[in-house]
Design a protein around this ligand. Structure first.
Ligand code: ADP
Ligand code: MG
Length: 233
């Protein structure tokens, strides 16, 4: 991965405070397209704050964020909604599925927001459920699915509108080790198969090994880790 690649994400001198708490301190880094980056740090180090700035869920006090060459900071509310509809998709630790909707309907939500015609929507949803290994579970509601299955639905939903950047905030944090591993492998797989760029906060050493790159955050400051063994080339 050369540093000459156009960045999918560029974070420049970003700072963010909540009252007296300095959550991010002059954070800068770039993420190249088609790569998987693990963001690692202990609880309270600023991971969620940083991930929320990337998709315009929150705004920094200073600094700029660019996604796919477009400046996120400075977008108005409508622009940030469009960014999350078209370009940046989120996966959360607690899945965030709509309880009254089936797996298929949950995956279809972003496509409805884009007014994708029904037939095309149903085709895309079926393809995505297949991709995440849930083809036989389309009609089940979240409470009829295991945690790992719910997170797979959430990943399918995040991919529905073909985002450029997938942001996942501790996506395996609620899962047992074995289930977490399969979700991590799925995320690694979709970076390859969908050509999506992923930025994933995690405590999991396995995720760090699967990632192309590890960024460590401590007390709101980031530092790069040496390339993980096996990730080169
Ligand atoms: P992490 O995701 O790494 O656990 P966070 O980004 O959630 O860290 O939090 C970083 C720091 O900012 C913590 O000290 C946290 O308590 C504080 N913080 C985060 N969000 C808020 C908020 N909405 N109001 C006040 N403090 C916050
Ligand atoms: Mg967090």
């Amino acid at each position: 991965m050369s540093t000459d690649d156009v960045s999918m994400l560029r974070v420049c001198g970003v700072s963010k405070a909540y009252g007296a708490v300095q959550a991010l301190r002059d954070v800068s880094f770039d993420v190249a397209p088609g790569t998987m980056t693990a963001l690692v740090g202990r609880s309270g180090s600023g991971k969620t704050t940083l991930l929320n700035l990337v998709g315009g869920l929150d705004s920094p006090d200073a600094g700029t964020v660019f996604v796919n060459g477009a400046e996120v900071t400075g977008l108005n509310e409508a622009g940030r909604s469009r960014l999350r509809r078209d370009t940046v998709a989120y996966v959360f630790q607690t899945f965030g599925l709509v309880p009254v909707l089936s797996a298929a309907e949950n995956v279809g939500v972003p496509l409805r927001m884009r007014r994708t015609p029904r037939e095309e929507r149903e085709r895309r949803v079926a393809t995505l459920l297949e991709l995440v290994g849930l083809a036989g579970h389309a009609d089940q509601r979240p409470d009829e699915l295991s945690g790992g299955q719910q997170q797979r639905v959430a990943i399918a939903r995040a991919l529905a509108s073909s985002p450029r950047l997938l942001v996942a905030d501790e996506p395996t944090g609620q899962l047992d080790a074995e289930t977490g591993l399969s979700v991590m492998a799925l995320l690694r797989g979709v970076v390859e198969s969908e050509g999506v760029t992923a930025l994933i906060s995690t405590h999991d050493p396995v995720m760090m090994r699967l990632a192309d790159r590890v960024i460590r955050i401590s007390d709101g400051r980031v530092s790069e880790e040496p390339e993980p063994p096996g990730a080169a080339g």
